[in-house]
Design a protein around this ligand. Structure first.
Ligand code: AKG
Ligand code: FE2
Length: 361
């Protein structure tokens, strides 16, 4: 079985010139065997990335009562602020605080629509006078990363021997896409408390682009033997990884790899990150599609095997509509929003009531 003990680094500038075949073969290796990579020399301007890094801690420094006004449970869209301890992964409380946002929409849901349509709605941003320029900077960054993610997906298709648009068809309707982003703070470990920044999990959709804002280690990626491999920050890079949607539509050739974040070491100060999740059309059932892959790609998958990651979310991408898979995962992560806006699903997924402490809101 091909396994990994470090995360490959890919140079985006190679993909633009005569070295493109080399880039594609490195990409194919990373996507099939690791499911994670660092991307350097990418197309998002360094000055914009620096601004985003600068703003990230500032959001968390605005007064708690102002952040609480943006609480995620205000609306059914799973967008907004989650205070420390409000989020759950694999049944355990995550030691992090975050603001979730998404492609801007008015609430799309109408009586009679499937419930996942409630995922589309407006983000909740801090007032500009509390944090001037934050919303504009985050939105500009979000758009740049979305553009990079579309180009990346075309190259990924090519690296698998498919037509460049073979995977982009799942993102073809711009009025239907709801990419998600967030800015996250992981406080340093407090003696005697849990070190679960975020528990082991898979990501949704097709691709994730992660900006590690601070220097603290903590992000770890699980290899096929179940060992946790560090993906510590590398200056000037994004960490790119595969979501469960892409794994489903490629029949497990692209690997969604389990990962987690451990709280930064005691006394080392908080860790910040900014994440972009590339979504696909919500009314697509990926199992309805059959893509033909060249033999050598299938052979690489066979040589890799299927691994034994122990995280459990997003299995629904293999059977249900993409919107349903996304909704179920939001439900499991945010019991406070679920209790308020999805009472039937709350009863189903939290039969013992609110997990301890996640009810702190
Ligand atoms: O903050 C990070 O470094 C990773 C976060 C993550 O994996 C997630 O929120 O899906
Ligand atoms: Fe993740």
């Amino acid at each position: 079985m091909a396994d990994f003990s470090s995360i490959p680094v890919l140079d985006w500038s190679l993909s633009q010139g005569p070295q493109k075949p080399l880039f594609l073969s490195q990409l194919r290796h990373a996507i099939i065997n690791v499911g994670f990579l660092y991307l350097k020399n990418h197309s998002v301007p360094a000055s914009l990335v620096d601004k985003v890094k600068d703003y990230s801690p500032k959001f968390f420094d605005i007064p708690q009562e102002k952040k609480d006004k943006l609480r995620m449970a205000n609306t059914p869209h799973f967008l907004g602020y989650s205070r420390f301890g409000a989020e759950v992964t694999k049944g355990e409380i995550d030691q992090r605080e975050q603001l979730d946002f998404a492609t801007e929409y008015e609430c799309k849901y109408k009586e009679g629509d499937p419930e996942y349509v409630k995922l589309w709605g407006p983000s909740q941003w801090p007032d500009d006078e509390d944090l001037p320029g934050f919303r504009a900077t985050m939105s500009e960054y979000f758009d740049h990363v979305a553009t990079l993610s579309y180009r990346f997906l075309e190259l990924l298709s090519e690296s698998f021997g498919l037509a460049p648009d073979a995977l982009s068809i799942f993102l073809k309707d711009p009025n239907d896409l709801c990419h998600r982003g967030k800015v996250v703070k992981y406080p340093a470990l407090v003696p005697g408390s849990s070190d679960q920044g975020v528990g082991p999990h898979f990501d949704p959709g097709f691709l994730t682009f992660l900006l590690q804002v601070s220097e603290q280690p903590g992000l770890q990626v699980q290899n096929h033997q179940g060992e946790w491999i560090p993906a510590s920050p590398v200056d000037g890079t994004f960490v790119v990884n595969i979501g469960k949607g892409l794994e489903a539509v490629t029949k497990n050739i692209a690997l969604a790899t389990s990962h987690r974040v451990l709280s930064p070491p005691i006394g080392s100060g908080p860790r910040y990150s900014v994440v972009f999740f590339q979504s696909i059309s919500q009314d697509v059932r990926l199992s309805d599609y059959h893509l033909e892959f060249p033999e050598e790609v299938v052979a690489m998958q066979k040589a890799r095997g299927d691994g034994k990651a122990d995280s459990v979310n997003y299995g629904e991408f293999k059977t249900d509509l993409s919107g349903v898979a996304n909704l179920i995962s939001r439900i499991k992560s945010h019991p406070d929003v679920t209790e308020k806006h999805y009472p039937e699903l709350f009863a189903k997924y939290f039969p013992n009531g609110m997990p301890l402490k996640a009810s702190a809101y």
